[in-house]
Design a protein. Structure first.
Length: 192
């Protein structure tokens, strides 16, 4: 519908589907499709951080005035692991200009070794993965919540969400981005 110039109708259709199927497993996918059409320019939803790794995640409202990159990742995601050095490099380049990076993840109920892992076992596994593959981002706050994934439509990992200094979504991208492309997006937000 959006490709045929019916963006408003597409947004309405997705909003209706979220209302109807919001408690099912397809909620995050519906939200992702809605976000692709209508997320940029809107205030970023608050993140839940009842559980976290690394430093306690700040509320997004506390980061107003700074650009923020949200890196939604999963412990099993090879693309996320490949994106980590890119994020570490960009963070080091843009931290002096105020860039904050937060890495939400969630529990999936399993690890590489256990099909039905307990939350505590999965948390330990996530921490081991973090130390092995995300060593350049160990000080990155990592809120752990399925709610965050649902709200941001992060059914694809990684999902990268760049917030401007006003706390509004400047870029929403399901999937990995190469260094040059992500750098250009960050530069655009930092310059404003």
């Amino acid at each position: 519908m959006a490709a045929r110039g019916q963006r408003t109708q597409a947004v309405e259709l997705l909003q209706t589907a979220i209302h109807t199927y919001g408690s099912t497993s397809i909620r995050a996918r519906l939200q992702k499709n809605l976000n692709l059409l209508a997320f940029e320019g809107r205030p970023a939803p608050a993140l839940r951080a009842d559980q976290f790794m690394g430093s306690k995640p700040p509320a997004l409202t506390q980061l107003k005035g700074s650009p923020v990159l949200l890196f939604f990742w999963a412990h099993w995601c090879a693309d996320c692991k490949a994106e980590a050095p890119i994020l570490a490099q960009l963070r080091s380049e843009f931290a002096p200009k105020g860039l904050a990076v937060i890495g939400p993840t969630r529990l999936y109920g399993y690890t590489a070794q256990v099909e039905n892992a307990s939350p505590s076992d999965e948390m330990a596994y996530i921490d081991a993965v973090r130390h092995r593959f995300y060593s350049g981002l160990l000080d990155m706050p990592v809120p752990i919540s399925k709610y965050n994934f649902d709200e941001y439509g992060a059914s694809t990992t990684p999902t990268l969400v760049l917030l401007n200094r006003d706390g509004k979504v400047a870029m929403y991208h399901p999937g990995a981005l190469p260094y040059d492309q992500l750098k250009a997006e960050i530069e655009r937000v930092v310059a404003r």
